[in-house]
Design a protein around this ligand. Structure first.
Ligand SMILES: [Zn+2]
Length: 467
């Protein structure tokens, strides 16, 4: 570590000029520390740089920053990305095994009406929740999401009418942008982001309340499932959405499989984003959204796994799926660095949190995902990451999980639990985030509960698909 007066001034300036103070920081660590490695910053790749973390936020980033005396510097020997942002999931369902229809169908209403689907997913899900497993299902899913590099998720365990605090347990682990992000206030279920799975089933008064909240600025982002399918009725949903007054800034369409060039142009004109989930789309419908058209129209595109039953286990598996899909196109749509944007700053923007997460820069939340180096460029570490290979995940400055050596340098060993994912050893620092139990106990409990329904607990990663 070398100290230069000029650098110290830069660091002091950045600290003083820090535009972002975390209101209700998740997991802020008491003492500052630094990580070094290859940094993926908004100003480009820094082949060997350092990132200083303190009070739950990034304090400085660069090739030559000054680390305060006493703050440890840990070499990650990896590529440090902003924590990935999953804007499309249905987390508690990720305890269940994979499911897809025998053959691709026209739209989501087709498979949701199949008796095989009802027997294997919604019925067991209802029983699991009724038996009080909602929080453990959510916690399992958030650990799975973090193993895929996500530090923020959407599609969290929801409050119940009878118990508005039933989802109190979402406060730990990853940020729940639709329930408790830790970015704004300490109140549960008061985030400026709403997530709707069936927007056309919303009661009129609820739809009106959402439009009003968007107009007043109380609600800044609305992520809604629209056009999930390839048929005419799926295409028609965009017309219905427009008639309902939801083609407006702040809205993002999840799926958009049936959308045509005109719809994407309309979305771009009105500041409407697209959340793309190719793995689940292709499993269910045989096709996915026309992202080439969306990109040509300059629609902001994020990528997300949907859920693990028909999609990917997490962000990196979805990114790898999309990367391979892209390579098979006659004219590839995306570059490797487009994929980084679609997993970091684009979803941050669509979640109206682009000033807080999704970027490695001073003032942003210290949410980081570190991957082993792969291929010939930093983005390849993300799009070609092996299932389970993640080196380190940090949320709000707290090291949550990672390689034993890195975690051991950052966290007292008595707090760490061992876990093997595919062929990779991990250390977890999450006992206080999952109600005081160990993750092994949590898995054993879910396994027993699922066995009563003749189901097995889903894997944490797709180990068979190593590449
Ligand atoms: Zn969905």
């Amino acid at each position: 570590m070398h100290v230069k007066r000029k650098s110290r001034q830069t660091w002091m300036f950045r600290l003083l000029a820090c535009p972002f103070m975390m209101v209700a920081s998740l997991n802020a660590q008491e003492h500052p520390y630094a990580l070094s490695g290859t940094l993926v910053t908004p100003n480009g790749i820094i082949p060997h740089g350092t990132i200083l973390i303190g009070s739950g936020a990034i304090q400085a980033v660069g090739a030559d920053i000054v680390v305060p005396p006493g703050a440890p510097v840990v070499e990650t020997d990896g590529v440090i990305f902003p924590g990935l942002i999953d804007t499309h999931n249905h987390l508690i369902w990720n305890v269940f095994p994979h499911w897809k229809p025998a053959a691709p169908v026209g739209d989501r209403y087709d498979w949701q009406a199949m008796s095989d689907y009802v027997a294997k997913l919604p019925l067991p899900e209802m029983v699991m929740e009724d038996r009080g497993n909602g929080c453990d299902m959510e916690r399992f899913a958030e650990v799975k999401a973090m193993l895929g590099g996500a530090t923020s998720v959407v599609g969290s365990y929801s409050p119940k009418n009878a118990d508005p605090h039933a989802n109190e347990c979402v406060r730990g682990l990853a940020r729940n942008l639709d329930a408790f992000s830790g970015l704004y206030s300490s109140a549960l279920n008061s985030e400026p982001l709403a997530y709707e799975i069936f927007p056309f089933e919303m009661p009129y008064l609820k739809a009106q309340a959402i439009r009003d909240a968007m107009t007043s600025g109380k609600l800044k982002a609305l992520l809604i499932h629209v056009s999930e399918g390839k048929d005419a009725s799926s295409a028609r949903e965009f017309t219905m959405l427009k008639a309902d007054g939801f083609v407006r800034p702040g809205v993002s369409i999840i799926h958009g499989v049936a959308l045509d060039d005109a719809a994407f142009r309309d979305m771009a004109r009105n500041g409407v984003g697209l959340v793309w989930s190719p793995h689940s789309n292709i499993a269910l419908y045989g096709v996915t959204a026309n992202v080439a058209s969306a990109k040509a129209s300059r629609v902001t595109i994020a990528i997300a796994p949907d859920w693990s039953p028909s999609g990917s286990n997490g962000m990196t598996e979805e990114l790898h799926y999309a990367y391979e899909w892209n390579a098979r196109q006659k004219v590839p749509v995306f570059t490797p660095s487009d994929f980084v944007d679609m997993a970091t700053r684009n979803p941050a923007h669509l979640a109206a949190a682009g000033d807080k997460i999704g970027t490695l820069a001073a003032g942003y939340a210290a949410d980081l995902a570190v991957f082993p180096r792969r291929g010939d460029s930093a983005p390849m570490a993300l799009v070609d990451a092996q299932p389970g290979s993640i080196k380190l995940v940090i949320v709000g400055g707290k090291p949550m999980l990672g390689e034993p050596a890195l975690m051991g340098s950052l966290v007292p060993s008595k707090n760490l639990e061992s876990l093997k994912v595919c062929s990779y050893h991990k250390s977890l620092n999450i006992r206080d985030d999952i109600g005081g139990q160990s993750f092994t106990e949590l898995e054993e409990h879910l396994t027993k509960e699922l066995q009563r329904l003749n189901l097995s607990l889903s894997d944490l990663a797709d180990c068979a698909n190593s590449h």
